[in-house]
Design a protein around this ligand. Structure first.
Ligand SMILES: *Cc1c(COP(=O)(O)O)cnc(C)c1O
Length: 380
C-alpha cells in the first residue's frame, strides 16, 4: 500500500522556504502627513510634472475595454520602447515595474546558496529578491557613498550568479562613469550576469555617463533595466523593462506570468515613451532645481551628496535637536514628506525628491527655520 499511510504524519504549520523569514519587507515612502491639509510627497522620487497628456489619454481609452486579456507579449509597448531607443523589440522584456524585472532575473538565475553581489547602500529590492530566491546577499563596501568596482570584484566567488548595480544609485544619487562600469564588466567571470539598473538614467547630465545599453546589446552577460515610474510619471501603472542578450530574455520569459502587464499600462507606456517633448520638459525642470536645492541646503551648513538623479541625500548632524529624525518630523508637520533612509544604512540622512517650485522653496524655508531654531531640543 501507499508508503504515505505508514509514514509518521508531519505536524506543525506550513513553514516558508529558507530565506523568506529573513526578509524585512520593503517600506514605501510615506504619502501622508497627519493633520496637514496640503501634502508635498517628496519621498518616492516621483516626478512633480506628472505623466504625458498623451499617456493619460491612452490610459482613459484603455478603460473602455477591460473585458479582454492584455497582449501577453506586450508587443505594442516593446515596439514603442524599441523605436525610442533604436533597439530590436525581441531583446526587450516588460514587467510590472522594474521591481518585477529585478525579481524575475533573480528567480531565473539564483537558487539556494547562490551568491548575489551589490553595494552597501544599493537599492533594497536587490536584497529582498535575493533572499526570496534562497540566495545569499553579498554586500560590497562603498567609497564616498559611491559603488566601488574593486570592492565589488573582490567578492566574486564560484558561487556568484548576479551582480546588481543601480547607476545612478538610489538613495545616494551617485553614479559610476561608463569606464568604471566597463571595468566592472571586464572583471567578472563570463557566467556572472551583471544587472545595470538605470532607473534614473534620463536625468543624468554627465558626459562620462552611459546607461549600459551598449553592453547589454554586445555582451552575453549584461542586462539593463529601466522604468516608467520616474521620468515618465507612471509609477501607479507599474511599468518596467529590460534589454539584454536573447538567451537571458528567453529564460526570463519562461517564468514570467503570461499576462504580467495590464492593457492600460501597455497603452499608456507606449504613448509616454513616444512623447520626447514631455521627457525633455522633466529633464529641464530637474536640471534647474537639483543644483538650486543643493546650493541652498548646503548654504545652511548641511552636507548634500552630489546627485545626478531627481533626488538628493541630505546629511544631518547627530546633535540632539538637529538630527535627521527630528528634521523629518519638523518637515512633516509642514506637509513636507521626505524619506528616512536608515534601512539603507544611512540613519543620519534624509532623501528628498526634487519637487515643484513651490515644494522646493517650502523645504528650503523649513530647513532654514529648523537649522536656525536655536539650541538643541528647542525645535517645535
Ligand atoms: C524607483 C526605482 C526603480 C523603479 O522601480 P519600479 O518598480 O519600476 O517602480 C528601480 N530601481 C531603482 C534603483 C529605483 O530607485
Amino acid at each position: 500500500m501507499s508508503a504515505v499511510l505508514n509514514d509518521p504524519i508531519p505536524t506543525g504549520r506550513p513553514e516558508p522556504k529558507p530565506g523568506v523569514l529573513a526578509i524585512e519587507a520593503y517600506v514605501p515612502g510615506k504619502s501622508h502627513a497627519p493633520g496637514v491639509e496640503k501634502v508635498f510627497k517628496l519621498s518616492s522620487n516621483e516626478t512633480p510634472l506628472g505623466p504625458s497628456e498623451k499617456a493619460v489619454a491612452a490610459f482613459a481609452e484603455a478603460g473602455l475595454k477591460l473585458e479582454d486579456y492584455p497582449d501577453g507579449s506586450a508587443r505594442a509597448l516593446r515596439e514603442a520602447i524599441a523605436k525610442a531607443n533604436g533597439l530590436d523589440p525581441d531583446r526587450i522584456i516588460c514587467g510590472a515595474g522594474s521591481d518585477e524585472i529585478l525579481n524575475l532575473v533573480t528567480h531565473t538565475y539564483v537558487g539556494a546558496g547562490d551568491e548575489v553581489i551589490y553595494s552597501e547602500h544599493g537599492f533594497l529590492v536587490y536584497k529582498i529578491a535575493t533572499l526570496a530566491a534562497g540566495g545569499v546577499p553579498v554586500v560590497a563596501k562603498e567609497r564616498d557613498l559611491t559603488a566601488d568596482v574593486d570592492a565589488l570584484l573582490a567578492l566574486v566567488t564560484p558561487k556568484t550568479r548576479l551582480v546588481f548595480l543601480a547607476n545612478p544609485n538610489n538613495p545616494t544619487g551617485t553614479y559610476l562613469p561608463f569606464d568604471e562600469v566597463k571595468r566592472l564588466h571586464a572583471g567578472l567571470p563570463s557566467n556572472v550576469l551583471l544587472v545595470l539598473d538605470a532607473a534614473y538614467a534620463e536625468y543624468v547630465r554627465r558626459n562620462d555617463y552611459e546607461t549600459g545599453l551598449e553592453l547589454a546589446l554586445s555582451a552575453e552577460n549584461v542586462l539593463m533595466t529601466r522604468t516608467f515610474s520616474k521620468i515618465h510619471g507612471l509609477a501607479a501603472l507599474r511599468i518596467g523593462w529590460a534589454v539584454g542578450p536573447a538567451h537571458v530574455i528567453d529564460a526570463m520569459n519562461r517564468i514570467r506570468g503570461p499576462f504580467n502587464m495590464n492593457t492600460p499600462a501597455l497603452l499608456a507606456g507606449a504613448a509616454a515613451i513616444a512623447d520626447a517633448a514631455h521627457v525633455e520638459k522633466s529633464v529641464a525642470h530637474n536640471s534647474k532645481w537639483l543644483p538650486w536645492l543643493t546650493g541652498k541646503i548646503e548654504a545652511l551648513g548641511l552636507q548634500v551628496t552630489p546627485s545626478v538623479a531627481n533626488f538628493l541625500l541630505i546629511h544631518f548632524p547627530e546633535e540632539p535637536g538637529r538630527t535627521a529624525k527630528e528634521a523629518d518630523a519638523f518637515l512633516m508637520r509642514r506637509g513636507l514628506v521626505l524619506r528616512q533612509v536608515a534601512s539603507y544604512g544611512l540613519p543620519n540622512a534624509l532623501r528628498m525628491t526634487v519637487g515643484t517650485e513651490e515644494a522646493n522653496e517650502l523645504v528650503v524655508a523649513a530647513l532654514t527655520e529648523f537649522m536656525a531654531s536655536g539650541a538643541a531640543g528647542t525645535t517645535k
